[in-house]
Design a protein around this ligand. Sequence first.
Ligand code: HEM
Ligand code: HEM
Length: 178
Amino acid sequence: MTETKMRYDPITISLHWATALLVVTLFGLAEFWDFLPRGTPLRHNLQGLHISLGLILTAVVTLRIIWRAGFGRRLPEIVSTLPYWAAKGAHYLLYCLLIGQIALGFLFRWAQGEAFTFFGLFAVPPAFAPDKVLAGTIGEAHDLVGWSIILLAGLHAAAALLHHYALHDNTLRRMLPH
Ligand code: HEM
Ligand code: HEM
């Protein structure tokens, strides 16, 4: 394989790092506004930003899945058997959790019945009538899935760094831009 073929294609790499950045920012925003008193304008604005960035994440994850299914470069496994299946399992689980979290995010906002806009440019129309009790349940699920993504992505990042610094193989490098 040539040097370029040893790496993922630029679109896969860009979509991967955009996903990582968005997920960490979305989580950080939610943890931060939790410290702010309810009803303050800053808390409200950070929630609006979370929803707008959440809509960008929805587009990025959709593109990523389409790209991966149809066009993205596939690379052979670096490690074999058990570690390989553990990594594959973690990747598929991350995709499932991301899709679930996006769906819960939409359901959450619809159940809250509050403004659902993309930076105020356009509004996502409501799919059902607001329901405060449902919003509470969905919110708990959204929180739990958010933590699960952060924990799993943390393990995933630790595995990538282990490959790079302890095993000295190409795993991390092939997901990095040139
Ligand atoms: C929230 C953060 C992150 C998410 C949701 C995430 C998600 C994913 C997913 C789903 C894949 C599988 C790609 C595919 O086969 O389609 C992947 C691959 C990869 N990720 Fe992440 N990732 C995150 C953060 C990171 C970080 C911080 C690092 C490095 C420190 C990293 C390094 C890698 C590498 C090296 C691969 C390629 C593995 C291989 O070649 O088999 N990721 N990531
Ligand atoms: C992986 C991505 C995401 C993470 C890690 C994440 C995480 C969180 C967390 C931890 C909360 C606080 C939950 C609570 O305390 O009840 C929250 C709230 C919320 N999230 Fe997300 N979220 C993500 C994506 C999304 C998406 C895609 C949407 C929808 C477009 C969304 C919509 C919401 C809404 C509406 C709230 C409630 C805000 C409010 O109380 O007004 N989230 N999110």
